[in-house]
Each structure stands twice: as structure tokens, then as C-alpha cells.
Design a protein around this ligand. Sequence first.
Ligand code: FAQ
Length: 314
Amino acid sequence: MIHAETKISEEKLLEHFEAKIEAEEKIEPRDWMPDAYRQHLIRQISQHAHSEVIGMQPEGNWITRSPSLRSKKILLAKIQDEGGHGLYLYSAAETLGVSRDQYIQWLHEGKAKYSSVFNYPTLNWADIGAIGWLVDGAAITNQVSLQRTSYGPYSRAMVRICKEESFHQRQGYEIMWRMMEGTKEQRQMAQDAINRWWWPALMMFGPHDTDSPRTSLAMKWKIKRESNDNLREKFINKTIPQAEHIGLVVPDNKLVRNEDGTFKHGDINWDEFWAVVNGNGPCNQQRLEHHIRAHEEGAWVRETALVANLKHKK
Ligand code: FAQ
């Protein structure tokens, strides 16, 4: 009898939850939510946070070698922003009942993912342009849609993050067009960077919709507002004209130009994608080891801050 009553009340809760989603109202931390909704968010938001933080490493590689004081200042500010995005997102993820320490432990144990794109090396200065233009460009395409995600804290974090990401995209594009106006060697460096970053940027959107196990429930509950393929299409349609405008060639010999001005990309190398996602990309080991080392070396800072905070409260 009690069991039957509990079941009915769960059904009612689910009905109420789905009605809120249907009405475009946000779900807040203290609201009832189905466990699958909570678990999807725990996974997606923490992976998103880890991506922001691990994403600081490829760019950090170039701070000391920036070609001018201006470019160094911009790069420093940009990387600092990414760290801040990680913090907003860890805070949003903590509202789901899991601590930041736990999220970081899952990352260090290899149980949590971060975006595949950050497992590629930054070999020349143009790579910094390519990251801002293509990687931030892809990230923002997704994040603009996530501003409308149904979970309140995630949605609000996205609004703040998007404001900063659009600046990042422009600073990356500025590096590329300046290099394209430079010497023959600089133009070659820019083309080499797009050759290496184009496909990893397309892979950021995840597998095709037909091979994406998480999409259907996430779309039903409006966690994701657009599918992986739709977002990827939006990205190529806005980015290819930008490449052509400064004389860069997209490294896709099967690219189709549709009559309406949109594009259809060629085949993505999914074997490469899954190899990188599963830990076997060019820099996976280096990225994780660096994060673990920095976390261990920074333990005293966290402990000191905690003690200072406790003293302040007394
Ligand atoms: N890399 O069924 P789906 C940035 C995994 S922020 C690694 O399609 P879902 C800022 C996926 O987790 C960039 N793994 O999954 C910046 C799942 O595995 P699981 C990060 C990937 O969640 C710029 C499995 O494949 N942005 O760049 C990837 O519905 C410059 C099946 O996939 C976000 O995280 C991948 N690319 O869709 C910072 C946005 N793709 O967990 C510094 C939020 C898929 O079941 C410098 N996240 N997988 O074991 C999302 O929108 C979604 O989670 C997707 C994946 C679209 C990434």
C-alpha cells in the first residue's frame, strides 16, 4: 500500500517536473528532479568545467613566448577567463550535491572526461589564434544554446561565460588575420594551424546524432537545446566564410557548398575521436599529469585559504 502511494507521488512529481520544463521554467537545485536528469547534469557540467580548466594548458604553453607585450597581456587575460569559467561551472555542478573535491578526484582517476580537443599540442603561435578562433568558436556555438538549458545554475553560468567567449573568439581571429597579412612563412604557419585544428574543433560537438546515446533524453528534458550535428553545422556555416575572408583553406577535400550558401563537411575520423576520448590522444597523459601535479603543489594554498576563512568567521 505504502509502496503504491510512493509510486503515485513519484509520478506526480515527474508530471510537475515535466510541466515546468514544457513551460520553459528553470529547474532549481531544491526542486525535485528525476535521478537520470541529475546524473546527466552531474556528468555534463563537471566535464564542461574540467574542459575549461584543462583547456588552459595548451594556451599556457605560449604565455612566455608571446610575440609582443600586447599579445601576452591578451593571452594572460583570456586564460584567466577560462579558469574563471571552470569555477562558475564547478559551483553550478556542486548544487547537484557532489563536492568539487569529488569531481576533481573523478578527473584524476580517469572517471570523468574533458573535451577531446585539449589533447592536441600547440606547436606554433598561430595555434593560439586557431584555439581562440576555432575552439572558442565551437565552444560558444554550443554554449549560446546552453544559455537556455533547463537547469537554472547551469543556464546562468552560461550567460556569463558567453559574454567572455565572444571576446576570445575575436582575439583568436585577429591573430589569424594578422598572420595572413604577414610574411609567406607566417601565412604558412596560419594554414598549418587550421590544418591541424579544424577536425579536432568539429569533433568537439561529439558523435553524430545517430551515435549519441545521451542526446535523446537530454533534448527531452531540455538540458541540451540543439543536437550535436545541428550545432556542428552552425559552426561550419559561420566559420568557413571567415576562413575564406582572410585566405585560409579549410582542410576538407569533400566539403560541399550548398546552393543556399551553407556547407556540408566531409567524413570525420571517428576512430581518432574515440582514441582521444579514451585517453590515447597525443597529449592526454601530459594534460592529466600536469593537472595532478598542479593540484598537489597547490594543496597548501587551499589549506591556507580554508584556515584564513575559518579565522575570519570566528
Ligand atoms: N570530448 O552522447 P554524447 C571550451 C563523450 S569548453 C570528450 O553525444 P552528450 C572553452 C560524451 O561525454 C568545451 N568526450 O554525449 C575553452 C559521452 O561520454 P560519457 C567543452 C566527448 O553529453 C576554449 C560520449 O562521448 N564544452 O572549449 C566529446 O550528450 C578554449 C557520447 O556522447 C562542453 O563540455 C568530446 N568532444 O554530448 C577553454 C559543453 N563529445 O560521458 C579553454 C557541454 C562527446 O557518456 C580554451 N557539453 N563525448 O562517458 C556538451 O554539450 C555535451 O556533453 C557534448 C556531448 C556535446 C560534449
